[in-house]
Design a protein around this ligand. Structure first.
Ligand SMILES: Nc1ncnc2c1ncn2[C@@H]1O[C@H](COP(=O)(O)OP(=O)(O)OP(=O)(O)O)[C@@H](O)[C@H]1O
Ligand SMILES: [Mg+2]
Length: 276
């Protein structure tokens, strides 16, 4: 049995032992809902569509490097994993109310933990509540998801947007049940234009309708340095803002919230907080 499989088995056992109870360490302080959910959207039909993994490349990820990089959703006792679970519960509730299935992760500034949060959230939805999840690396300038998960991605979303590759040939199954990854591929300088281009719009539509029973998590660049997340935000049902403890300033947070005004912010994650 692979290391990852063993970790998953162990995690399952632990979950059983905890009877699904979350260990909530100061949840109110760590996650603050910022905006009411949209309530006027229609519930989409949730017909069962089987995800097509047949052509996805299956890779095996290394558990030790995951933990080193703070990919903690698989390590259920970790305190940060609790925050991810609470965030997950909160945003899935809100998406349920609005009938949505797609989530954009961003932050005010670079390096505040967007990619790690996107990966953790996607793993948490797929692995712990058993819902099929597609994790899309839409940070086309700094596509890092594959690096954190420890695999090479020569091809990905950037090649899909600039060429005529088939989506099914780009999807990766990183050895975690129910989780599929669309890596970013080679970095691109003109990512904003591409994310707003018709090919991206039709991809988003296709993902949303073809896989209406699955959640889609998009990792994006930071809001104050790139236009990408705001341009792309029209395509998603909800936004999660990562705030770095002791780093994101009030001023930056205010400017960010101003840019997100009228957007469906589902919640925030207070990241890298020192435990007390
Ligand atoms: N909760 C955490 N605890 C400790 N370190 C963390 C945490 N979250 C992220 N990091 C570390 O912070 C660094 C930046 O994380 P990450 O790449 O997720 O940020 P980002 O916002 O996606 O950055 P970029 O803007 O460059 O895309 C990484 O070294 C990561 O391991
Ligand atoms: Mg990132």
């Amino acid at each position: 049995m692979s290391k990852l499989k063993k970790a998953l088995e162990r995690a399952k056992e632990t979950r059983k032992a905890e009877s699904g109870a979350f260990k909530r360490s100061e949840p109110e302080k760590q996650i603050t809902p910022l905006a009411p959910p949209e309530t006027n959207k229609k519930q989409p039909s949730r017909e069962k569509v089987k995800p097509t993994y047949k052509r996805s490349r299956v890779i095996e990820i290394d558990q030790a490097s995951l933990k080193k990089d703070k990919i903690i959703s698989l390590f259920l006792q970790d305190q940060t994993a609790d925050q991810i679970r609470i965030l997950r519960t909160q945003i899935l509730e809100r998406l349920k109310e609005s009938g949505g299935n797609s989530i954009l992760i961003s932050s005010a500034n670079p390096g505040e933990g967007k990619t790690i949060t996107a990966i953790n959230l996607a793993i948490s939805i797929a692995h712990e509540i058993n819902r099929t999840t597609l994790l899309v690396d839409a940070d086309l300038r700094k596509p890092f998801i594959h690096k954190y998960l420890g695999f090479e991605a020569e091809k990905g979303l950037s090649q899909y947007l600039t060429g005529d590759l088939d989506l099914a040939d780009l999807l990766i199954n990183p050895g975690i049940d129910k989780l599929t990854v669309l890596p970013g591929g080679r970095p691109l300088p003109n990512s904003t234009e591409l994310l707003g281009a018709p090919r991206m719009q039709s991809l988003v539509k296709e993902l949303k309708s073809r896989y209406s029973d699955r959640y889609i998590v998009y990792d994006t660049p930071s809001i104050l340095t790139r236009a990408d997340p705001i341009v792309f935000s029209h395509n998603v049902d909800g936004i999660v803002l990562v705030i770095e403890a002791e780093r994101t300033s009030n001023k930056d947070l205010q400017r960010t919230m101003e840019l997100l005004k009228d957007k469906p912010v589902l919640g925030t994650l207070f990241n890298k907080a020192r435990s007390v």
